[in-house]
Design a protein around this ligand. Structure first.
Ligand code: UD2
Ligand code: MN
Length: 510
């Protein structure tokens, strides 16, 4: 009897284990994305992490009736620019044009939200928005899918208009033809302006009270717009972004991004996705709640138009691409607003590995000019870390920032130190600086001076060149650990000297 019971328990246990494995395996299968892989979808550092987790399909939007495109002849528009046999499908757009064209102008995509999102409700009366999409030589199929996905997956009453800014693309016809679609207006720049000035042009002509920015190779997902407009309606100083899902640049599979990420950066002002800090993660009992983010990726966000204008829009002296997302993020946080990622809003985007267009002043110089402007206007004494991380930025031209400094003063914006302490405390100042600590004894300071060695002298000002919030008094153990960490960078003798010197000052160490 006992043996039979033991066998039964063993069989049940094995069945349970197999069942669990099968469930997990099913769970991690990305539906309708046969060859998906995280690496395939990563862009130039902007690519989101993908989620292998369970994803529910709440709605099959193939059931949405085809919208009327007015006088716009979709077939002729798409057929006019097909890839020629033998052409490299990645050459022109840095994604697989053949796959994009094969998909056509619309398709059903998985609803990648958490299942709880579908049961959330929003105000019946939400303000409408102007969608602003700037493009430079975008592929016809991706641009049309962006527009159609907006028209198909948004409540019509929320879309006031779609404003396209053609940033001096080679073929002016794209702009003319797309203007035939109801609600679509297209403005063409008479010279290449870059995405920053193009967006400002779009914002200035927008007639709605809320602005929504999109890249020209996106597909918006189910109920993407309502959560964002709701948050901005409740508080006009919020600037909100969706979770940006990944559209594979190879096979155009629509892949869910992780819902545990926020925007971050390093001192060279390089954007990166990073995990939400563990304390915040633990405190999140509701996965539909907004995620505070230090910076936004830059391309997809909703913002109140009067708040955008109040803050001075963008820095229009920034050219072509890059840096404007930091500048806007610092500006919003430091001048009284906030930035959020809304997990119940999802928008797919094709992340690429290279820029498919040229930079008239060169890619590197343009990025340096733009980020240098952001650092000079907003980062106060912390800009030294930007220059240490990006030494090539020193001495490069970045134009005048006088107007922006005046605006910052006029808006009474907080110092960057406030941003560091309250918005992004996880961004550590470089460790090299932590070693260059100051020990104060009476009016005398013992200080390491980079690699130049040690000095005992009268204290200068606050006693350190490091931002005040970061000044620490190293204890002996911590000192050894930190110095040991840099053993490859510092001479052994100077480590010993440094620590002995600290030890020799009475009263400094406990
Ligand atoms: C990301 C942002 C992008 C922007 C950029 C930093 C997302 C999804 N994308 O880069 O919006 O914030 O970081 O600047 O967060 N374009 C022009 N004129 C130009 C160059 C580009 O109109 O001279 C358009 C382009 O067609 C596209 C948009 O600007 O619609 C963004 O360019 P991207 O897709 O090359 O930027 P991305 O996604 O790498
Ligand atoms: Mn893009």
């Amino acid at each position: 009897m006992r043996r039979i019971r033991a066998n039964a328990i063993a069989i049940l246990t094995v069945a349970w284990i197999l069942g669990t494995f099968y469930y997990l395996w099913q769970d991690s299968k990305p539906a309708s994305t046969p060859s998906s892989s995280a690496s395939q979808a990563r862009g130039r550092g902007h690519g989101q992490k993908l989620v292998p987790g369970r994803l529910e399909i709440h709605r099959d939007d193939r059931t949405i009736p085809l919208i009327l495109l007015g006088g716009f002849d979709e077939k002729t528009y798409l057929a006019a620019k097909q890839l020629k046999t033998g052409d490299d499908p990645y050459r022109e757009h840095a994604f697989n044009l053949q796959e994009s064209d094969r998909l056509g102008s619309e398709r059903a995509i998985r609803d990648t939200r958490h299942y709880r999102c579908a049961s959330l409700t929003y105000d019946a009366e939400l303000p409408s928005t102007s969608i602003i999409i700037t493009f430079h030589n975008e592929a016809r199929s991706t641009l049309l899918r962006t527009i159609k996905s907006v028209l198909m997956r948004s409540p019509p009453s929320l879309i006031q208009e779609i404003i396209l800014i053609d940033d001096f693309s080679t073929d002016p016809e794209d702009c003319q033809l797309l203007s035939q679609i109801p609600k679509v207006r297209c403005l063409r720049n008479s010279r290449r302006e870059g995405l920053i000035r193009s967006r400002v042009r779009g914002a200035n002509t927008a007639s709605a009270t809320i602005l929504t920015f999109l890249d020209s190779h996106c597909e918006v997902n189910a109920d993407w717009l309502q959560p964002m407009i709701q948050r901005v309606k409740e508080d006009h100083t919020r600037v909100v972004s969706p979770i940006i899902d990944v559209i594979s640049l190879d096979n155009f599979a629509y892949l869910a991004a992780s819902a545990d990420l926020r925007g971050g950066f390093d001192w060279s002002l390089h954007f990166k996705w990073e995990q939400i800090p563990i304390e915040q993660k633990m405190a999140r009992s509701d996965p539909t709640q907004p995620i505070r983010t230090p910076v936004i990726a830059g391309g997809i966000f909703v913002m109140d138009k009067s708040w955008f204008n109040h803050l001075g829009q963008y820095d229009t002296h920034m050219d072509i691409w890059g840096g404007e997302n930091f500048e806007l993020s610092f500006r919003v946080w430091m001048c009284g607003g906030s930035l959020e990622i809304l997990p119940c809003s999802r928008v797919g985007h094709v992340f690429r590995k290279r820029h498919p267009y040229d930079f008239p002043e060169g890619n590197a110089l343009t990025y340096i000019k733009n980020t240098r402007r952001a650092a000079e206007v907003w980062m106060d004494e912390y800009k030294q870390y930007y220059y240490s991380a990006r030494p090539s930025a020193q001495g490069k031209a970045f134009g005048s920032i006088a107007d922006h400094l005046t605006l910052r003063r006029k808006l009474n914006c907080k110092p960057f130190r406030w941003y560091m302490e309250n918005v992004y405390p996880e961004l550590r100042v470089p460790e090299q600086e932590a070693v260059s600590s100051v020990l104060k004894q009476g009016g005398m300071c013992l200080e390491t001076r980079g690699r130049d060695g040690l000095g005992l002298a009268e204290c200068r000002g606050a006693g350190t060149n490091r931002p005040q919030s970061q000044v620490r008094r190293p204890r002996m153990k911590v000192c050894f650990l930190k110095v040991a960490y840099f053993k490859f960078q510092l001479q052994r003798d100077s480590i010993v000297n440094f620590c002995s010197l600290i030890k020799s000052i009475p009263g400094v160490l406990p």
